[in-house]
Design a protein around this ligand. Structure first.
Ligand SMILES: Cc1cc2nc3c(=O)[nH]c(=O)nc-3n(C[C@H](O)[C@H](O)[C@H](O)COP(=O)(O)OP(=O)(O)OC[C@H]3O[C@@H](n4cnc5c(N)ncnc54)[C@H](O)[C@@H]3O)c2cc1C
Length: 231
């Protein structure tokens, strides 16, 4: 019981000695230990550019020096900056006794996280976020990945934060876009706007967040189409 006082945990477990603070790059992809900080990702010379960009969205260097990937996944904030990109990259999470897709972990599984595995897929990525000021956390963040066959988009993934209790993949949008050229910007934004259901809160009205999500989601997809595959 709280009794109006700050709750005190009965025990604290320090994970620092578990050696979960390394980033490893191999032909299979990128393996990021749960104890790796956002700043470590930013400074690693060989992480794909989209991961570095996503880690840099975290508000400032002081926070990036403290915030770990494992903590980020457990806190699982609606406006988390790295989670959209990890979902777009189809990251898998390594727990002590099993490995599972990140989306499954976020939907309620728990356990001691050892690390995140980001497969090398050769897909193209696009990501962007919107903050009130440069010192704020994101109001909306979006990340997309896709394959291109000629003009046709294949297996697009679009993950958006700030429009639900946690970052969500817009599976309906992904299905609507699969196997055809990306529609013009207006149609694209309309498809995305219909798929998100944000709430009014101190960060903005539902209508504002829906609009921003549709613009940023569309921009992330368009950027992924314009960029060469980097992942
Ligand atoms: C001032 C401030 C600014 C922020 N700005 C941003 C921002 O701009 N963008 C953004 O996305 N987020 C932001 N955040 C949130 C931030 O992403 C998370 O707070 C941070 O990533 C959590 O990491 P941590 O290492 O501090 O976790 P901790 O606070 O140490 O832990 C969080 C929870 O995760 C559990 N945990 C930690 N590691 C593991 C593990 N390996 N396995 C299982 N459980 C684990 C802990 O037990 C605890 O319950 C901000 C937070 C603060 C306080």
């Amino acid at each position: 019981m709280n009794n109006g006082r700050t709750e005190r945990p009965q025990a604290l477990i320090d994970l620092a000695a578990l050696g979960l603070d390394t980033v490893e790059i191999s032909a299979k992809g990128v393996s990021i230990g749960a104890g790796v900080t956002f700043q470590q990702i930013v400074e690693h010379p060989d992480v794909p550019g989209y991961l570095r960009t996503a880690a840099l969205q975290m508000v400032n260097r002081n926070i990036r020096n403290r915030a770990t990937v494992g903590g980020h996944l457990v806190v699982n904030r609606s406006c988390a900056d790295l989670i959209p990109t990890l979902l777009a990259a189809e990251a898998r999470v390594s727990l002590v006794d099993r490995e599972l897709p990140l989306e499954q972990l976020l939907s309620g599984e728990s356990g001691l996280i050892l690390g995140v595995l980001i497969p090398a897929t050769g897909r193209s990525f696009g990501l962007c976020n919107h903050t009130r000021t440069s010192a704020d956390i994101s109001i909306v963040a979006a990340a997309a990945s896709l394959d291109l066959e000629g003009d046709c988009v294949r297996r697009p993934i679009l993950a958006v934060g700030g429009v639900a209790r946690q970052v969500v993949r817009l599976h309906g949008v992904e299905q609507a876009l699969d196997g055809r050229p990306l529609p013009a910007q207006g149609e694209l934004e309309s498809i995305i706007a219909q798929a998100v259901h944000p709430i009014d809160d101190h960060r903005g009205s539902a209508a504002f967040k829906r609009h921003v999500a549709s613009v940023l989601g569309g921009r992330a997809l368009l950027d992924a189409v314009r960029r060469p595959a980097i992942g």
